[in-house]
Design a protein around this ligand. Structure first.
Ligand code: IVH
Length: 673
């Protein structure tokens, strides 16, 4: 066989391999090869096709994004109308639906239903002729939609060629195109960074992405699909029930939602509803309810349709998560670090079954971007256990004389000056611990579960204690008397006594908890633990300079600076001394003495592969000797340790004149040779 004869086969082989990998990656969610290998095969196919354009076919994986932007979408007549669904909002509605189904079928036993999440995206119809993707359309008015073939082609989970060989010759499948939550967040973050308009929700983002006349834009959007129905079918057999059809879909490479179950009866439907509702926030895509479909196709046909919705299916909606209401006023709340958060006071409204009268507006930049004003009609969203937020304003309903929201110049609690840096979204009260609001938050943080864990000292009590002047700083907690506490409103002798017992108990803590409780900016649990383990005692931590702090794992320049500044403040050191005097104590930590930390202050970069150690082992051991292990080479790098096949980092080290050592040198240093 001559070399040229082999090329068409080679091209076919590459396409098949790429399609198989695509199927694993996008449909089965189980990547079969590393991305780099996929890219290599893809480029190989691209270059063969460039040399032999006559071999290009529309179904080639290289041809997802093609053609010029269109001037407009042409119309597509649906051969089988695309219907909508009737809604149920309660268990009674669902029972009534089941009863109607039973009555029409004249069947009083259990009816089996397929239970599917109701995806919050857009319905699409896709036609496969002889297994090849040929046409895609929107739902439109149900009878006529728009031709969005070029856009749908760009969605990687839509196969351009069906798998297997038992699909009907003409097969129109229907499903939902949606944007996963993570993709939506990224898209909006990019829009924000470029000062562009953000999408209100993933559904709008998906709709906006499909409405693009330029398929290049659609291709750049993170769209996905789940298939859930058939439309027009010719020359081929389908199973006799919906659940089996979905299994067929899977075999043909058409992605189906993994949450779908077959319920034996309406009770099973209710169980599905509750379990999906519990899972809702954890799902990677938005859903707004569930859909139940009579499983047997003979029954579906018997039931038929009424006013453009099937009698054999119903959507059981979740309570709405978004509602309209009026913004009555905006107040500013002061947090632990002094950050001022604008909070919307609202005309109370029920959102998803809970009455909401406050919602966050995040910060001044958000207010400006959304152009929110007092007296506006606003959309409120409450998603799961997240704080309700103001999503947007209905500009059409804006009354005259709305009030523009301005940042107060002085703290609403302590009247200290409010400071806002241009490069930061947040404005802060400059009052520090002079500000009662900051003090209250600092004390709440101090007594919280992950910090001193003082049982019984909740938010309300902290506020009472600060307001009544009984405590001024965190150390005062340890000087409270039973008498003082029992005189507070809603506090009896017994609860006062219990509180004092838990305060006494809390004196015995750990250094990590103590550090975390101090509330140093950006020192969370993990950083507090690192400081405790690596430096071992509060005196060392107080004295540590930025270089030493930065040599510790995962402490960067910002956190290091925050720590140093915190301990430079005399009032912070006073509080620490007061706490220690009050009897706060923790078990002594064994830390290697400085002479056992020969690499303290040094920054090391590891590159290439080692023989005796894994990268992680080498990193851990270097850190144990005090070194900071960094991922990139800079002028600050003390030295690079290069294993075999070291690449760009080695080159960079050589360019910058940073010392380079080999694995043997490292082993000697670690004392293992
Ligand atoms: S079946 C004849 N299944 O809901 C039944 N629709 O309110 C046609 N939808 O236009 C639809 N998830 O966009 C079906 N699992 C699902 C669905 C679903 C979301 C959408 C679809 C449809 C709308 C009807």
């Amino acid at each position: 066989m001559s070399k040229n004869q082999a090329i068409p086969q080679k091209v076919e082989q590459l396409r098949k391999t790429l399609n198989d990998h695509n199927h694993c990656y996008y449909v089965l969610d189980e990547p079969s090869i590393p991305d780099a290998e996929y890219d290599r095969l893809f480029r190989e196919l691209q270059s063969l096709e460039a040399e032999h354009p006559e071999l290009i076919t529309v179904a080639s994986p290289t041809q997802r994004v093609g053609g010029m932007p269109a001037k407009e979408f042409s119309q597509v007549q649906h051969r089988v109308p695309m219907l909508s669904l009737a809604n149920a909002f309660s268990e009674e509605d669902l029972q009534a639906f089941n009863k109607r189904v039973q009555d029409r079928l004249n069947y009083s036993e259990d009816i089996a239903y397929v239970c599917e999440p109701k995806l919050d995206g857009l319905a699409v119809s896709i036609l496969y002729e002889e297994g090849k993707f040929v046409l895609a359309a929107t739902r439109g008015d149900g009878a006529t939609g728009e031709d969005i073939t070029q856009n749908i082609r760009t969605i990687k989970s839509v196969p351009l060629q069906l798998r297997g060989n038992d699909y009907p010759k003409s097969l129109e499948v229907r499903g939902e195109v949606f944007m996963p939550k993570a993709g939506f967040d990224n898209l909006n973050a990019t829009a924000r960074a470029q000062d562009e308009k953000e999408f209100a929700n993933p559904r709008n983002a998906a709709a906006g992405s499909l409405r693009q006349l330029n398929p290049q834009i659609t291709a750049s959007r993170p769209l996905e699909v789940f298939f859930y129905a058939v439309g027009y079918v010719a020359d081929g057999d389908l199973p006799d029930n919906h659940f089996a059809l979905l299994e067929k879909f899977h075999g043909w490479g058409l992605r189906t939602c993994p949450e779908i179950v077959l319920a034996n009866n309406v009770e099973g439907c209710m169980r599905f509803y509750s379990s999906i509702q519990d899972k809702r926030n954890a799902l990677p895509y938005e859903i707004d309810g569930v859909v139940y479909k009579v499983n047997k196709f003979t029954w579906q046909r018997k039931l038929g349709f009424v006013s453009r919705a099937p009698r054999w299916a119903i959507a059981h909606k979740f309570p709405a998560q978004e509602e309209l209401t009026t913004l009555l006023a905006v107040e500013f709340q002061v947090g632990r670090t002094g950050a001022l958060t604008p909070v919307a006071r609202l005309e109370p409204v029920a959102v998803g079954g809970v009455t909401v009268s406050n919602a966050t507006l995040h910060n001044m930049d958000e207010i400006a971007r959304k152009d929110v004003r007092v007296t506006d009609t606003v959309i409120i969203r409450r998603a799961g256990d997240v704080i309700p937020e103001v999503v947007s304003v209905i500009k059409e309903r804006r009354p005259q004389n709305t009030k523009i929201i301005t940042l107060p110049t002085h703290c609403p609690v302590c009247e200290s000056v409010v400071v806002k840096h241009d490069d930061e979204a947040v404005a802060r009260c400059s009052g520090g611990l002079y500000c009662p609001a900051q003090r209250k938050e600092a004390i709440k943080h101090f007594s919280a579960r992950k910090a001193f864990d003082i049982e019984g000292l909740g938010d309300k009590l902290v506020e009472q204690l600060v307001d009544s002047g009984l405590i001024h700083d965190v150390a005062d907690i340890f000087h409270l008397t039973a008498e003082q506490v029992s005189n507070l409103e809603r506090m009896g002798d017994k609860s006062a006594e219990n509180l004092l017992v838990s305060i006494e108990k809390a004196k015995q803590t750990t250094l990590a908890r103590f550090l975390y409780a101090l509330g140093i900016r950006e020192v969370g649990e993990a950083t507090a633990k690192t400081l405790a383990e690596k430096l071992g005692c509060i005196e060392k931590i107080k004295r540590a300079d930025e270089a030493l702090l930065q040599s510790l794992p995962d402490i960067g320049p910002v956190v290091a600076e925050n720590i140093v500044i915190f301990f430079q403040q005399a009032h912070n050191c006073d509080v620490i001394n007061k706490l220690l005097d009050a009897g706060i104590n923790w078990p002594v930590i064994e830390v290697k003495a400085a002479e056992d930390l020969p690499l303290i202050g040094q920054t090391v970069v590891l590159t290439g592969s080692m023989e005796a150690l894994t990268r992680d082992q080498a990193k851990e051991q270097l850190q144990a000797l005090g070194a900071k292990v960094s991922g990139s080479v800079s002028k600050k790098t003390s030295y690079v340790i290069a294993g075999s096949e070291a690449g760009s980092k080695l080159a960079k080290a050589e360019k910058l004149g940073v010392a380079v050592h080999n694995e043997a040198w490292l082993l000697e240093l670690l004392g293992e040779k």
